[in-house]
Design a binder for this molecule. Structure first.
Ligand SMILES: Nc1ncnc2c1ncn2[C@@H]1O[C@H](COP(=O)(O)OP(=O)(O)OP(=O)(O)O)[C@@H](O)[C@H]1O
Length: 231
Protein backbone atom coordinates (compact mmCIF):
# COMPACT_ATOMS: atom_id res chain seq x y z
CA UNK A 1 0.00 0.00 0.00
CA UNK A 2 2.77 2.48 0.97
CA UNK A 3 6.12 1.67 -0.61
CA UNK A 4 9.41 3.51 -0.43
CA UNK A 5 12.04 2.21 -2.80
CA UNK A 6 15.71 3.22 -2.80
CA UNK A 7 14.94 6.38 -0.85
CA UNK A 8 17.75 8.79 0.00
CA UNK A 9 16.81 11.85 2.05
CA UNK A 10 18.24 14.37 4.49
CA UNK A 11 18.48 17.98 5.47
CA UNK A 12 20.47 20.37 3.26
CA UNK A 13 23.85 18.81 2.63
CA UNK A 14 23.34 16.20 5.39
CA UNK A 15 22.22 12.83 4.06
CA UNK A 16 20.30 10.85 6.70
CA UNK A 17 18.55 8.00 4.83
CA UNK A 18 20.57 6.02 2.32
CA UNK A 19 18.90 3.85 -0.29
CA UNK A 20 16.10 2.79 2.07
CA UNK A 21 13.37 0.31 1.13
CA UNK A 22 10.27 0.35 3.34
CA UNK A 23 6.87 -1.18 2.66
CA UNK A 24 3.57 -1.29 4.53
CA UNK A 25 0.71 -3.45 3.30
CA UNK A 26 -3.03 -2.94 3.72
CA UNK A 27 -4.01 -3.49 7.35
CA UNK A 28 -0.42 -4.31 8.25
CA UNK A 29 1.20 -3.16 11.50
CA UNK A 30 4.87 -2.25 11.22
CA UNK A 31 7.32 -1.50 14.01
CA UNK A 32 10.15 0.78 12.90
CA UNK A 33 13.04 0.33 15.31
CA UNK A 34 16.56 1.64 15.66
CA UNK A 35 18.84 3.55 18.00
CA UNK A 36 18.72 7.31 18.62
CA UNK A 37 19.55 9.30 15.51
CA UNK A 38 19.08 6.30 13.18
CA UNK A 39 16.70 8.28 10.98
CA UNK A 40 13.30 6.91 12.11
CA UNK A 41 11.64 10.32 12.32
CA UNK A 42 13.26 11.30 9.03
CA UNK A 43 11.77 8.18 7.43
CA UNK A 44 8.30 9.00 8.78
CA UNK A 45 8.63 12.59 7.51
CA UNK A 46 9.66 11.32 4.09
CA UNK A 47 6.86 8.73 4.00
CA UNK A 48 4.29 11.44 4.78
CA UNK A 49 5.53 13.99 2.23
CA UNK A 50 6.99 16.48 4.71
CA UNK A 51 10.49 15.82 3.43
CA UNK A 52 11.23 15.26 -0.25
CA UNK A 53 13.69 12.49 -1.02
CA UNK A 54 16.71 13.36 -3.17
CA UNK A 55 16.49 9.91 -4.77
CA UNK A 56 14.08 6.98 -4.83
CA UNK A 57 10.34 6.46 -5.26
CA UNK A 58 7.32 6.69 -3.01
CA UNK A 59 4.18 4.86 -4.09
CA UNK A 60 0.83 4.84 -2.36
CA UNK A 61 -2.08 2.62 -3.37
CA UNK A 62 -0.39 1.94 -6.70
CA UNK A 63 0.31 5.59 -7.62
CA UNK A 64 3.70 7.21 -7.61
CA UNK A 65 3.54 10.25 -5.32
CA UNK A 66 7.25 11.12 -4.99
CA UNK A 67 7.73 14.88 -4.64
CA UNK A 68 4.03 15.71 -4.27
CA UNK A 69 3.15 18.27 -1.56
CA UNK A 70 2.43 17.01 1.97
CA UNK A 71 -1.28 17.93 1.64
CA UNK A 72 -1.52 15.45 -1.20
CA UNK A 73 -0.26 12.71 1.10
CA UNK A 74 -2.66 13.64 3.92
CA UNK A 75 -5.67 14.02 1.62
CA UNK A 76 -4.92 10.59 0.24
CA UNK A 77 -5.22 9.12 3.74
CA UNK A 78 -1.64 9.15 5.05
CA UNK A 79 -1.76 10.46 8.63
CA UNK A 80 1.33 11.34 10.68
CA UNK A 81 1.03 11.65 14.46
CA UNK A 82 4.31 13.43 15.15
CA UNK A 83 6.57 13.21 18.15
CA UNK A 84 5.60 16.07 20.45
CA UNK A 85 1.97 15.23 19.66
CA UNK A 86 1.13 17.92 17.08
CA UNK A 87 -1.67 19.42 19.12
CA UNK A 88 -2.13 23.11 19.94
CA UNK A 89 -1.50 23.47 23.70
CA UNK A 90 -2.96 26.98 24.05
CA UNK A 91 -6.21 26.06 22.29
CA UNK A 92 -9.05 24.21 23.98
CA UNK A 93 -9.81 20.55 23.37
CA UNK A 94 -12.86 21.62 21.37
CA UNK A 95 -10.75 23.93 19.16
CA UNK A 96 -8.15 21.21 18.64
CA UNK A 97 -10.86 18.77 17.57
CA UNK A 98 -12.22 21.40 15.17
CA UNK A 99 -8.80 21.70 13.51
CA UNK A 100 -8.17 17.95 13.53
CA UNK A 101 -11.53 17.29 11.88
CA UNK A 102 -10.53 19.37 8.83
CA UNK A 103 -14.00 20.60 7.91
CA UNK A 104 -15.87 17.65 9.40
CA UNK A 105 -18.90 18.72 11.50
CA UNK A 106 -17.60 19.64 14.96
CA UNK A 107 -20.38 17.77 16.78
CA UNK A 108 -19.50 14.60 14.92
CA UNK A 109 -15.79 15.04 15.75
CA UNK A 110 -16.58 15.59 19.42
CA UNK A 111 -18.82 12.53 19.47
CA UNK A 112 -16.13 10.36 17.87
CA UNK A 113 -13.39 11.62 20.19
CA UNK A 114 -15.58 11.22 23.30
CA UNK A 115 -16.51 7.71 22.32
CA UNK A 116 -12.82 6.87 21.99
CA UNK A 117 -11.83 8.66 25.20
CA UNK A 118 -14.72 9.87 27.40
CA UNK A 119 -12.27 12.14 29.26
CA UNK A 120 -11.90 14.30 26.15
CA UNK A 121 -15.63 14.91 26.03
CA UNK A 122 -15.51 16.12 29.64
CA UNK A 123 -12.68 18.55 28.96
CA UNK A 124 -13.81 20.35 25.83
CA UNK A 125 -13.30 23.82 27.31
CA UNK A 126 -9.93 23.07 28.88
CA UNK A 127 -6.75 24.16 27.09
CA UNK A 128 -4.98 21.13 25.66
CA UNK A 129 -1.67 22.10 27.26
CA UNK A 130 -3.17 22.01 30.75
CA UNK A 131 -4.16 18.35 30.47
CA UNK A 132 -1.93 15.50 31.63
CA UNK A 133 0.60 14.04 29.17
CA UNK A 134 -1.55 10.96 28.71
CA UNK A 135 -4.67 13.01 28.01
CA UNK A 136 -2.75 15.15 25.51
CA UNK A 137 -1.64 12.00 23.72
CA UNK A 138 -5.27 10.79 23.64
CA UNK A 139 -6.23 14.08 21.97
CA UNK A 140 -3.39 13.65 19.47
CA UNK A 141 -4.53 10.09 18.73
CA UNK A 142 -8.12 11.21 18.20
CA UNK A 143 -6.97 12.78 14.93
CA UNK A 144 -6.40 9.32 13.50
CA UNK A 145 -10.09 8.59 14.06
CA UNK A 146 -11.40 11.88 12.64
CA UNK A 147 -9.88 11.90 9.18
CA UNK A 148 -10.57 8.32 8.03
CA UNK A 149 -6.93 7.62 7.20
CA UNK A 150 -5.77 4.53 5.35
CA UNK A 151 -2.42 4.51 7.12
CA UNK A 152 -1.34 6.08 10.41
CA UNK A 153 2.32 6.65 11.29
CA UNK A 154 2.95 7.28 14.98
CA UNK A 155 6.22 8.75 16.23
CA UNK A 156 7.05 7.90 19.86
CA UNK A 157 3.46 7.87 21.11
CA UNK A 158 4.49 6.87 24.62
CA UNK A 159 7.34 9.34 25.10
CA UNK A 160 7.31 10.65 28.67
CA UNK A 161 4.13 8.80 29.66
CA UNK A 162 3.54 6.68 32.77
CA UNK A 163 3.10 2.92 32.11
CA UNK A 164 -0.68 3.05 32.62
CA UNK A 165 -1.02 5.88 30.09
CA UNK A 166 1.14 3.91 27.64
CA UNK A 167 -1.28 0.95 27.97
CA UNK A 168 -4.23 3.26 27.23
CA UNK A 169 -2.51 4.58 24.11
CA UNK A 170 -1.72 1.05 22.89
CA UNK A 171 -5.32 -0.02 23.47
CA UNK A 172 -6.40 2.81 21.16
CA UNK A 173 -3.81 1.83 18.56
CA UNK A 174 -5.10 -1.75 18.75
CA UNK A 175 -8.66 -0.54 18.17
CA UNK A 176 -7.46 1.53 15.23
CA UNK A 177 -5.83 -1.51 13.67
CA UNK A 178 -9.03 -3.54 14.06
CA UNK A 179 -10.77 -1.00 11.79
CA UNK A 180 -8.44 -2.16 9.01
CA UNK A 181 -6.08 0.81 9.05
CA UNK A 182 -2.37 0.22 8.39
CA UNK A 183 -0.11 1.35 11.20
CA UNK A 184 3.56 2.24 11.56
CA UNK A 185 4.91 2.73 15.08
CA UNK A 186 8.23 4.21 16.09
CA UNK A 187 8.55 3.28 19.73
CA UNK A 188 11.15 3.38 22.47
CA UNK A 189 9.38 0.50 24.25
CA UNK A 190 10.52 -2.04 21.68
CA UNK A 191 8.57 -4.96 23.19
CA UNK A 192 5.33 -2.93 23.16
CA UNK A 193 5.75 -2.17 19.49
CA UNK A 194 6.68 -5.76 18.59
CA UNK A 195 3.65 -7.09 20.49
CA UNK A 196 1.21 -5.40 18.11
CA UNK A 197 3.37 -5.52 14.96
CA UNK A 198 3.22 -7.97 12.06
CA UNK A 199 6.53 -6.81 10.64
CA UNK A 200 9.61 -5.12 12.06
CA UNK A 201 12.10 -2.92 10.27
CA UNK A 202 15.40 -1.93 11.85
CA UNK A 203 17.18 1.22 10.78
CA UNK A 204 20.75 2.01 11.77
CA UNK A 205 22.65 5.12 10.69
CA UNK A 206 20.18 5.74 7.89
CA UNK A 207 20.46 2.23 6.44
CA UNK A 208 17.73 -0.43 6.70
CA UNK A 209 19.60 -3.33 8.26
CA UNK A 210 16.74 -5.77 8.85
CA UNK A 211 13.12 -6.41 7.94
CA UNK A 212 11.04 -9.45 8.76
CA UNK A 213 8.16 -10.89 10.80
CA UNK A 214 7.90 -9.23 14.22
CA UNK A 215 7.34 -12.59 15.93
CA UNK A 216 10.70 -13.88 14.76
CA UNK A 217 12.59 -10.95 16.19
CA UNK A 218 14.89 -11.69 19.04
CA UNK A 219 15.60 -8.15 20.00
CA UNK A 220 18.78 -8.83 21.97
CA UNK A 221 20.26 -10.77 19.06
CA UNK A 222 19.22 -8.19 16.49
CA UNK A 223 20.61 -5.32 18.47
CA UNK A 224 23.89 -7.12 19.07
CA UNK A 225 24.25 -8.37 15.52
CA UNK A 226 23.26 -5.26 13.61
CA UNK A 227 23.78 -2.44 16.01
CA UNK A 228 26.67 -3.65 18.12
CA UNK A 229 24.94 -2.73 21.35
CA UNK A 230 23.22 -4.61 24.13
CA UNK A 231 19.44 -4.15 24.27
N1 LIG B 1 15.99 19.40 10.72
C1 LIG B 1 17.16 18.77 10.74
N2 LIG B 1 18.27 19.35 10.21
C2 LIG B 1 19.46 18.70 10.21
N3 LIG B 1 19.66 17.47 10.70
C3 LIG B 1 18.60 16.85 11.24
C4 LIG B 1 17.30 17.47 11.29
N4 LIG B 1 16.45 16.60 11.89
C5 LIG B 1 17.18 15.51 12.20
N5 LIG B 1 18.46 15.65 11.81
C6 LIG B 1 19.55 14.67 11.97
O1 LIG B 1 19.19 13.49 11.27
C7 LIG B 1 19.62 12.34 11.96
C8 LIG B 1 18.43 11.41 12.16
O2 LIG B 1 17.47 12.02 13.00
P1 LIG B 1 16.04 11.39 13.28
O3 LIG B 1 15.31 12.34 14.17
O4 LIG B 1 15.42 11.03 12.00
O5 LIG B 1 16.44 10.06 14.06
P2 LIG B 1 15.55 9.13 14.99
O6 LIG B 1 15.93 7.73 14.65
O7 LIG B 1 14.13 9.51 14.91
O8 LIG B 1 16.15 9.48 16.42
P3 LIG B 1 15.46 9.48 17.89
O9 LIG B 1 15.14 8.08 18.22
O10 LIG B 1 16.59 10.03 18.73
O11 LIG B 1 14.28 10.39 17.81
C9 LIG B 1 20.23 12.81 13.28
O12 LIG B 1 21.62 12.81 13.13
C10 LIG B 1 19.69 14.22 13.41
O13 LIG B 1 20.61 15.05 14.10
Amino acid sequence: MLNLTGVTAGYGSTTVLRDVDFAVGEGEVVALLGPNGAGKTTLLRTATGLLRPSAGRIEFAGDEITGRPAQYFSRGGICLLPEGRGIFPSLTVRENLMIQGRGRALDASIATASELYPVLGRRLRQTAGSMSGGEQQMLALARAYLTDPKIVLVDEASLGLAPLAVDTIYEALGRLVRTGVSLVVVEQYVQKALAIADTAFILNQGVMVHSGPAKEINIEQIYERYLGINA
